[in-house]
Write a protein that binds this ligand. Sequence first.
Ligand code: 5AD
Ligand code: SF4
Length: 458
Amino acid sequence: MAQDGNRKVYVKSYGCQMNVYDAQRMADVLAPEGYVETGEVGEADLVVLNTCHIREKAAEKVYSELGRVREMRREREAGGAGMQVVVAGCVAQAEGPEILRRAKGVDLVVGPQSYHRLPELLAEARRRPVVDTEFPAESKFDALPQATPERTRQRGVSAFVTVQEGCDKFCTFCVVPYTRGAEVSRPAAAILTEIARLAAAGVREVSLLGQNVNGYHGEGLDGADWSLARLIRRVAEVPGIDRIRYTTSHPRDMDGELIALHGDLPAMMPYLHLPVQSGSDAILSAMNRKHGRDEYLRIIDQVRAARPDIAVSSDFIVGFPGETDADFRDTMDLVERVGFAGAFSFKYSPRPGTPAADNAAQVPEGVKAARLAELQALLDRQLKAYNAATVGRTVDVLVEKAGRHPGQMVGKSPYLQPVAFEGGGAQIGDIVPVRVTALGTYSLLGERADIEPERATA
Ligand code: 5AD
Ligand code: SF4
């Protein structure tokens, strides 16, 4: 135990934003046990690796990290201190006991549905290694404690809230339906209570999370099933919440009501992450995406009709089994047509247990690499063009933290662009108009549009 009487926990998250949210919930469950968070593995009594299984590279990372953690553990043990090591998240769920075989020095392997049981599992793991990858009947959401106002404040003015978890879509490349299980939507009442608590502690922006968030269909306040659009309308009424985002959406669930919100709800941010994966109908069909390229292009047109300045981002996979040069050209063509404000793109990675992994028509690594480089070059040009078009405009910035230079503050535009500017007394949590003057390396640079420049630098 650490000398100051507190036990220290080091949590490292890989992968998606839901893992970030889950890591916070784990910290919240451990706080009443006396654990405080630390950023140093070496001083941790408890190390939690919150892992990602989406691609092979991500999944393998955990084993190299476990090697490093084991060294730290040895050093601590040599000094008479202990360390418990936990593998959580989607690798834990997918590989379970295999992790104990492959890596020495792991005390607990726990899947994403059992985080509420962490304290008892840790106690059990003091006696022998434990693996818990059950999908328990009770929902972890009912059992997980809420963050205290103090911890919420430390986490900042923009918060994630999981509203939906799991996926029933079964795209043929994807492990999510196996690692996160069947689709479950949380009841609106629980979500709204959580958001009201966050807002009371200073949060001004919420990002509603789900693997298939626009497929949300939770129990509404009136007992009826609510869509994501209905939920968002109600979230916008929570006092203090000025900005709402949601991710990740599936094109099939982009209904008219949700699209309309982008045009008529001021709190709805003009940003849409809508993965398309490929621009080829043949590949989309082989991926079991349940929509074609024209349907995607039509949705983007509708969204832009509702909100012309919306920033659209996406995910792409190149080198899916059977992808020909012509299929890849279709993807490049779709990207040219849409004009993305940002995107994530990946080489197809065969995942054990998914249908596409067994497909004989795997694409050679060199072809995948060449396609990825070409796609990323185009997406990068589009990102730069998008940001360049913001220069000269005034955007509202939600101030998130102090910048690197004295007096400088950093926040996000409605389009999710980082913006750095001379603060002029702006506080974290303020929303201030900033005139964008230049492109920086990692952010836009700007100046307050609501005060004189001399006052801003004073
Ligand atoms: N290989 C490569 N990329 C994948 N993704 C999901 N599964 C795979 C895979 N097997 C990508 C998709 C998804 C994003 C979260 O990760 O683009 O939208
Ligand atoms: Fe995976 Fe497809 Fe579900 Fe997204 S929609 S989580 S890509 S199976």
